[in-house]
Every structure is written in structure tokens, then in C-alpha cells.
Design a binder for this molecule. Structure first.
Ligand code: PBG
Ligand code: ZN
Length: 326
């Protein structure tokens, strides 16, 4: 009689101690899946902390070599490069100039570390005077005019030695335009990691400070996605795969875990997620105030991304995590 009040199935058995919990854990974090973003600017021996991202610096090419050397030693193999040009103009000329900041950085880094996986962001916003992700015609970001500029940019980066190009401007047809151009120039093995599902998010604020890429008029809502809809993200990913994307991405990651899970269920290509600048800043700010435990929160967040379905995680904490994992 009494017995009936005791449960037979006890979920707590599998939580008994750390070793048992480890035995049944569904996900883990592997350094091989982490990508470290880097902001590179012209000059020598320069390193500036980004005000809204304590612990993250923009740096010159020579200083990036040191940073990447240390990163490789701690097990971070992949780096996503963003350039801050010496000069901005209407057509974002420095994006696709072979002597521009990114091609120079890629050549220098690849010479020193041929095995580092170098990914280059392909977008116009860091290079245009108006700060938009495409070419502006009659006050509007013109989709089809922009495509040839993105394609040209990707080819220049591939030629410099980038392993992966990552188009992030959210122009329709950008993956196809880039794949065609790469193939024509005989860069058939250059990988495309598309920012397929990129939402118009307020979490990019600190990045825009870091890259000095705030739009000078209007906003990005006519090309980045509206966060009220999930299915548009799935359509974007489907299109990018059809156009030839090798890896697709969901961005931001925090607040968008439903998209990550749906994309993982629906598509079979590797899925990257971008834990963006604002996510970093929020965690860092709370940690600096002593309100949360930075490493514990970070660990919980990273494993939650894996559980949601992320294969690759792009995070400003990559190098920090590698040191923590050791
Ligand atoms: C360029 C680009 C942006 C980010 C990555 N690539 C900025 C933007 O779209 O405004 C944001 C990354 C971050 O916030 O960490 N289009
Ligand atoms: Zn952009």
C-alpha cells in the first residue's frame, strides 16, 4: 500500500553525479567548431579596445598575427575577418581593391599560418560612405547592381587566399552571383558560408561601433529580415542552398534558437550560428557588474546553442573559450 507513493521511474538516477551526467550528456563543445571574429584596420602596431565590447580589440595586421598565433596554439583554427578601410566612398571601393585592408590581411596571415582557416565577410557596409550593405541608386539600396560588386569582392578575397567567403549583405541572389564568379575565375574550391538567415537586429550595435558601419540614413530593414517571422528565414536558407551555399548561418543566435532548431531539422548542410556583438556585450556587462558568473553563463549558452542544433559557433569569446576548455 505505502509503496505506491514511491516512484519507480526515477529521472534523478541519471543525475546522481558528474560522471553519470557526463555519460548521458547529449552535446558537448569542441574548439574545432568555434570561429573567432577579428576587426582589422590599417597601420602598424595598433590595438584599440572597442568601448562597448570590453576585451575585444580592433587591431592592425601585424598585431592580428600575434593574436592568431596564440589562438591557433590554444586550438582555435578559424578566423572571420572584418576590415576597417582607410577610406570610404559611395561604391565601397576598398572592399574589392586588391591592395585593400582585407586582401592584404589574408595574404599576410596565410603566409605566416597556411593552416589557419580564414573566412572573410563579404559586404559593402564597412566600405561605403553611407554605411549600407549595397550600392545606393536614387536613395535606395539596389539589389541587382550590388550583386556584381559582391561577386568581385569575393573573387578578390579568394585570390588573396581566403578559404571561405561569407556574404552578409542579404541581397537576393548573392550566393549564386558569388558562386558563378568564383567558378569562372577558377576558385572552384572556395567555400561559401552564407549569412542566409540574418535578421534586422538591434544586437549589432556594438559591431557597428567596432567597424564604424552605422547606416548614415534609414536602416537595414529593407534587406535584413523582420524578426516577427520564422518562415522567411527558412525560405532564405533554402534559396541559398539551391544557389550553392556550402554552409548556412543563422544570425543572431540568442533570441533566434527556434530558427536554429528548425533549420537543423530541415536542411542537411552544416549550420553556423553567429553569437553577435550585442550578445557579447550583454554577457560582459552583467559579468563586470558581478551579477552573473561569466564563464558559467557562457558555458550554459554555448551548450544550449549546440543543443538547439548549431554545428559551428561564431563568437567573440572563441579564444577565451579555448583557454577555458583547457
Ligand atoms: C556586415 C555584418 C554585420 C555583422 C556581421 N556582418 C553588421 C550589420 O549587419 O550591421 C554583425 C555582427 C555582430 O554584431 O557581431 N553586414
Ligand atoms: Zn553589411
Amino acid at each position: 500500500m505505502e509503496y505506491d507513493i514511491f516512484p519507480r521511474i526515477r529521472e534523478r538516477r541519471l543525475r546522481k553525479n558528474q560522471k553519470i551526467r557526463d555519460l548521458v550528456a547529449e552535446v558537448s563543445l569542441n574548439k574545432n567548431n568555434l570561429v573567432q571574429p577579428l576587426f582589422i584596420y590599417p597601420g602598424e602596431n595598433g590595438m584599440e579596445e572597442i568601448r562597448s565590447m570590453p576585451g575585444v580589440c580592433r587591431m592592425t595586421i601585424d598585431r592580428s598575427l600575434k593574436f592568431i598565433g596564440e589562438g591557433l596554439a590554444s586550438g582555435i583554427n578559424a578566423y572571420l575577418l572584418f576590415g576597417i578601410p582607410s577610406h570610404k566612398d559611395e561604391l565601397g571601393t576598398e572592399a574589392y581593391d586588391e591592395e585593400g585592408i582585407i586582401p592584404k590581411a589574408v595574404r599576410t596571415i596565410k603566409k605566416e599560418y597556411p593552416d589557419a582557416v580564414i573566412i572573410t565577410d563579404v559586404c559593402m557596409c564597412e566600405y561605403t560612405s553611407h554605411g549600407h550593405c549595397g550600392i545606393v541608386v536614387n536613395g535606395k539600396v539596389d539589389n541587382d547592381v550590388t550583386l556584381s560588386y559582391l561577386a568581385k569582392t569575393a573573387v578578390v578575397y579568394a585570390k588573396a587566399g581566403a578559404d571561405i567567403v561569407a556574404p552578409s549583405s542579404m541581397m537576393d541572389g548573392q550566393v549564386k552571383a558569388i558562386r558563378d564568379a568564383l567558378d569562372e575565375s577558377n576558385f572552384k574550391d572556395t567555400i561559401i558560408m552564407s549569412y542566409s538567415s540574418k535578421f534586422a537586429s538591434s544586437l549589432y550595435g556594438p559591431f557597428r561601433e567596432a567597424a564604424d558601419s552605422k547606416p548614415q540614413f534609414g536602416d537595414r530593414k529593407s534587406y535584413q529580415m523582420d524578426y516577427r517571422s520564422a518562415r522567411t528565414a527558412l525560405r532564405e536558407i533554402e534559396l541559398d542552398i539551391k544557389e550553392g551555399a556550402d554552409i548556412v548561418m543563422v544570425k543572431p543566435a540568442m533570441f533566434y534558437m527556434d530558427i536554429i532548431t528548425k533549420a537543423k531539422e530541415k536542411f542537411l548542410v552544416p549550420l553556423a550560428v553567429y553569437s553577435v556583438s550585442g550578445e557579447y556585450s550583454m554577457i560582459k556587462a552583467a559579468a563586470k557588474n558581478g551579477w552573473i558568473d561569466e564563464d558559467q553563463v557562457l558555458w550554459e549558452y554555448m551548450l544550449s546553442l549546440k543543443r538547439a542544433g548549431a554545428d559551428i559557433i561564431i563568437t567573440y569569446y572563441a579564444k577565451h573559450l579555448a583557454e577555458y576548455l583547457r
